[in-house]
Design a protein around this ligand. Structure first.
Ligand code: ATP
Ligand code: MG
Length: 355
């Protein structure tokens, strides 16, 4: 409960008047008129004295604090000087304003600290990821220079390995460039009419050898689906689907089954990429979209992954007003899902926007 200086002064004045009049009434020969005059005088004197004391003390202090705030050029304060001085309890109001401001600043500091930590980790990750293929290629080339080149078989083997390391390096740098472009918003999306079914078939063709090596079966569902026209950037959506299908092959099981399902509702096509592999443990599930995050670090690196694929997928789908979700069950498999805005087939090819 808050009291204004006026109310406090009034109550104190009444109290002091009552006490003074009560004491005075014990003095012999005091008349009622005298008691009245003393009472009235006491009331007004106390009232004005208390009122101005509180008023001057409180308001001077508040003004002083406000001036300091203005000197600091703090624009985050919502309250104006006028409102502050007019309020019933300016100190309380100022206090709450300051605590709001402090919380805001604390959140900003936390955010900056997180970003700094993130930047440091990112730099460490990038250097580590670059170091691995560079050292490998360097090792092979130096061994060749030091004499191994004399043996044609070793020459061939080492050159192939060096080339593989440099290919990995190239893929990593390209992924990093794409990621930084999407994050900066520099990557322009070229929205056009694309057929998801056709794109999936093309991706299956490209990844056929990889899938065959592991005896993996690739399927599109429903079989009856003829075309699935969406409004999207062809190159980027191909990148998304390639990474999802490639992940399913890489991290799924031998002789496994991968299904790309394309379902439609009124405005969207819902795409899911499902495998029957070992799945992702729940504690890793929310983190797999982070840059360089890999569930099984040694295995992912063996398969040549940089750990940037899903981070790029997430950004590309964001740019399509979509979101990727993942569900996974250990030893049962993993499913990634997203949706894209549909193109309603009509004579004038009307586009339907995503959410
Ligand atoms: N279908 C899946 N089943 C099991 N684990 C998966 C699956 N898809 C992704 N993962 C896990 O998520 C991690 C991140 O995947 P992401 O595509 O970002 O990286 P990557 O495949 O290792 O490298 P890149 O895609 O850059 O070649 C993988 O390393 C893997 O551990
Ligand atoms: Mg990947």
């Amino acid at each position: 409960m808050s009291f204004s200086p006026r109310i406090i002064a009034f109550f104190l004045a009444v109290l002091i008047t009552l006490v003074s009049v009560a004491f005075l009434s014990f003095v012999p020969d005091v008349t009622a008129a005298m008691l009245f005059v003393v009472g009235v005088a006491c009331f007004f004197a106390t009232f004005f004295f208390v009122f101005y004391t509180i008023d001057i003390l409180v308001f001077r202090e508040v003004e002083q604090i406000y001036k300091t705030i203005q000197k600091l050029k703090i624009r985050d304060f919502d309250i104006s000087r006028k409102n502050l001085l007019r309020s019933v309890n300016p100190i309380k109001k100022l206090n709450s304003e300051i605590s709001v401001y402090v919380t805001k600043k604390q959140n900003e500091i936390e955010e900056l600290k997180k970003m700094e930590q993130f930047r440091r980790e990112f730099l460490a990750d990038v250097s580590h990821e670059l170091k691995t293929p560079i050292f490998a290629a360097q090792g092979f080339i130096h061994t060749l220079i030091d004499g191994a080149k004399e043996d044609p078989k070793t020459l061939d083997r080492f050159l192939n390995r060096a080339a593989k390391s440099i290919d990995g390096l190239d893929a990593l740098v390209r992924d990093l460039v794409t990621l930084s472009q999407v994050e900066k918003g520099d990557l322009k999306m070229h929205f056009e009419q694309i057929d998801l079914k056709h794109i999936t078939e093309e991706i299956f063709e490209q990844l056929e050898t990889k899938a065959e090596k592991r005896g993996v079966n690739l399927k599109i569902k429903p079989k009856t689906l003829e075309k699935a026209f969406v409004k999207a950037d062809k190159q980027r959506i191909t990148q998304v689907l390639t990474n999802l299908v490639e992940n399913a092959i890489k991290y799924g099981k031998d002789q496994g089954k991968i299904i790309v399902e394309i379902e439609e509702d009124k405005k969207h096509f819902h795409i899911s990429v499902e495998d029957d592999g070992p799945g992702i443990p729940p504690e890793h599930l929310s983190r797999i979209f982070e840059r360089f995050y890999r569930v099984d670090k040694s295995r992912s690196r063996d398969t040549g992954g940089t750990g940037l694929g899903l981070a790029i997928v997430k950004h590309i789908l964001n740019a399509h007003n979509s979101k990727i979700t993942v569900t996974s069950k250990i030893d049962k498999g993993t499913t990634f899902k997203f949706k894209l805005a549909k193109i309603i087939e009509s004579s004038d090819e009307k586009l339907v926007d995503g959410e």
